[in-house]
Write a protein that binds this ligand. Structure first.
Ligand SMILES: [Zn+2]
Ligand SMILES: [Zn+2]
Length: 140
């Protein structure tokens, strides 16, 4: 694929594009993502930070420990997840992508925190906690 990977918030105030192919696509079942999204399970598309360009409104951010989550200050849509311990990558919420059908998750992270009634029999690998190595264990 040579097409650019674009996305944005619900109202269109924030737009972004990634020039490189995604490096990581996964579901996250952690409680922190659940609070941040309001949804029982989240999904993320990770790109090399250097390949991503934002345009439009400056995203609002919420910082928790090493993690910065961004969202649109106009419509409130979640946009991205960034952990400064893994600065080479930025993770967009899958639903922010313009063509979310193009990003098929490859694994389930934080299944230890998965809600008991969430069943996704897709045969994908599971991780009890984070699927991405970090200097200190913490949540995606
Ligand atoms: Zn917006
Ligand atoms: Zn999570």
């Amino acid at each position: 694929m040579n097409e650019k990977h674009s996305g944005g918030c619900r109202c269109g105030a924030i737009r972004f594009v990634a020039d490189d192919e995604p490096e990581h696509v996964s579901y996250c079942h952690c409680a922190d993502c659940r609070k941040a999204s309001g949804a029982p399970v989240s999904a993320f598309v990770g790109f090399a930070t250097q390949s991503v360009t934002f345009s439009g409104e400056k995203p609002a951010t919420f910082v928790n420990f090493t993690v910065t989550r961004s969202f649109c200050p106009v419509c409130g849509s979640p946009i991205s997840y960034f952990d400064r311990r893994i600065p080479a990558r930025v993770y967009f919420v899958l639903g922010a992508m313009d063509s979310p059908e193009n990003y098929r998750p490859t694994l389930h992270a934080y299944v230890a925190e998965k809600l008991p009634y969430v069943h996704m029999p897709d045969g994908l690998p599971t991780c009890e906690a984070s699927s991405v190595p970090r200097p200190v264990a913490d949540k995606v």
